[in-house]
Design a protein around this ligand. Structure first.
Ligand code: FES
Length: 61
C-alpha cells in the first residue's frame, strides 16, 4: 500500500525508514531522496512513527 502517492513511497518503505532511525516525516523523505509535495501523507507518517515509539516503550517495560 502506498503511504505517499506523490513520491511512490510504500508502507513497508516507511517502516524500514523508521526502523533505520527516522523520527520525523522529513527523515522518511530524506531516506527516499525525495521531498514532500502535497504533504497529505505527513499525518500518516507521523502516526506510523508514533506507533513505533509506543511499541518500543512497551517493549522496554
Ligand atoms: S502524498 Fe506524500 S507528498 Fe503528496
Amino acid at each position: 500500500m502506498y503511504v505517499c502517492n506523490c513520491n511512490g513511497i510504500r508502507e513497508r518503505e516507511v517502516r524500514a525508514a523508521i526502523a533505520a532511525g527516522a523520527r520525523r516525516p522529513a527523515d522518511v523523505f530524506r531516506s527516499r531522496a525525495c521531498s514532500p509535495k502535497c504533504a497529505k501523507c505527513v499525518c500518516d507518517m507521523r502516526g506510523m512513527i508514533a506507533e513505533s515509539k509506543e511499541a518500543l516503550r512497551y517493549a522496554a517495560e
